[in-house]
Design a protein around this ligand. Structure first.
Ligand code: AMP
Ligand code: MG
Length: 405
């Protein structure tokens, strides 16, 4: 089945509001296994709207429209659909009752203008709107479907989830399930080389996406039921897990910070941070978590060389130094000063090398009285990006240490 989305509203074309309905519906269609081939935006102009709808009705099995169901003259979606179908709009008693009651609950009389929201055409049935006045329309004619929903996402989304999704699920006959594996420590090119053979396969499919928290691999399976789709995903996931092991740090909605917080809480360990060029970003990423007071002891930003010398990170301020050893010094120093079980030192610098900005990060994860994990990494990119990557790098190293502790 081929679907198409039309977001209506002149305010969208003027750039006054951003269309968030299309991505929401697009995502939902993907999970239903319904192909989405076109999405357009059209203003509140009858001829142009009708033109776009005519084209959609011709080439797609399902057309989903959002917006234009309000009570004003500018809201013309019903009129446009009625025009395409060449059918007359009539008051629907049940919808009128719903709207009258809605106003009644607010202690108001229904304005006459709202009556047009209670209309239907013979090919349409109403889609109930529990959160607003405007019901949607479900129109079926000549084997094609038009679904019209209100513009406000707070009304549209519940209507979609309660009424539209279940009906489309029945029609689609197949579902699509995805799972995202999140990696760190391998370049996109390297990962592409390793998992390349799976990327050409049809079901499940595999795609790579570079994100701030690493490279994501999305496995997507299509099947007639959820169980079969999940089985396809599980099999591919276990192959990839065996192949990439430690480089996969999480799945789906996992964040590295939350995984680490769980690990620290489960093991009853506390942590302290010393960082330089990331200006407190690493400390913030851990301190900002719920329950952080149970594991986060505190952090220092060691920027100034006199201070670094007085803290014992470097021998003296005239010979500044930044390397794995200074990172390790920083980690040990905060273990001692903050009475923590684990210290992280994140040191580094950003330099301009032949016109390109390069960041060099040194990470030390020290465990009190035990071992040290020291790593260094070079990144190209802008300052904010470098800081973010270095923090990810430190968190990833911490997760690795915690996993075997
Ligand atoms: P309408 O149903 O066209 O009268 O739209 C009412 C309101 O819903 C607009 O003023 C926006 O705030 C919101 N809205 C409409 N369409 C969209 C859309 N595609 N994405 C996000 N918000 C929307
Ligand atoms: Mg509008």
């Amino acid at each position: 089945m081929k679907a198409e989305i039309i977001a209506s509203g002149t305010e969208l074309l003027l750039g006054q509001i951003t269309d968030t309905n299309t991505p929401f519906i697009a995502n939902q269609l993907a999970t239903l296994g319904i192909d989405l081939f076109y999405a357009s935006i059209v203003g509140d102009n009858f001829e142009r709207f009708l033109g776009v709808l005519q084209q959609a009705f011709k080439r797609s099995d399902i057309t989903i429209i959002t917006g234009g169901l309000g009570p004003t003259k500018g809201d013309i979606t019903r009129e446009v659909i009625a025009g395409l179908m060449n059918e007359k709009m009539e008051i629907d008693a049940a919808s009128k009752k719903h709207i009258t009651e809605y106003f009644g609950r607010l202690g108001m009389e229904m304005p006459v203008n709202n009556l047009k929201q209670a209309t239907l055409i013979p090919s349409a049935t109403a889609i109930l709107n529990p959160l607003g006045t405007a019901p949607g329309w479900w129109v079926e004619k000549n084997g094609k479907i038009i679904i019209s929903l209100p513009g406000p996402p707070a009304e549209m989304q519940p209507m979609w989830l309660r009424e539209v999704h279940p009906r489309l699920e029945k029609k689609a006959g197949s579902i699509i399930v995805s799972r995202t594996l999140k990696t760190w420590g391998l370049s996109e090119a390297k990962l592409d080389e390793m998992v390349g053979p799976f990327m050409g396969m049809p079901n499940p499919t595999l795609a790579l996406y570079a994100k701030p928290d690493g490279i994501h691999m999305r496995i997507t399976a299509k099947a007639s039921n959820k169980e079969t789709a999940y089985a396809l995903i599980r099999e591919r996931e276990s192959t990839l897990q065996n192949m990439l092991k430690d480089n996969i740090w999480g799945v789906d909605d996992d964040t590295l910070e939350e995984i680490i917080a769980r690990q620290l809480l489960n093991k009853g360990l506390t942590i302290a941070i010393a960082e330089s060029f990331t200006s407190g970003f690493l400390a913030y990423s851990l301190a900002n978590l719920p329950d952080s007071q149970r594991f986060f002891r505190g952090g220092l930003v060691t920027a100034n060389n006199d201070i670094r010398a007085s803290l014992g990170i470097i021998a003296d301020s005239k010979t500044p130094k930044t390397d794995t050893q200074t990172a390790s010094c920083m980690a040990s120093m905060v273990i001692e000063k903050f009475y923590a079980d684990i210290g992280i030192g994140l040191d580094g610098y950003i330099e301009n090398k032949d016109g390109a900005v390069i960041g060099v990060a040194f990470v030390a994860v020290n465990v009190k009285g035990k071992k040290e994990l020291n790593v260094s990494q070079t990144y190209p990119g802008r300052h904010a990006l470098l800081a973010r990557r270095s923090v990810m790098h430190a968190l990833y190293s911490l997760r690795k240490t915690l996993t075997v502790l």
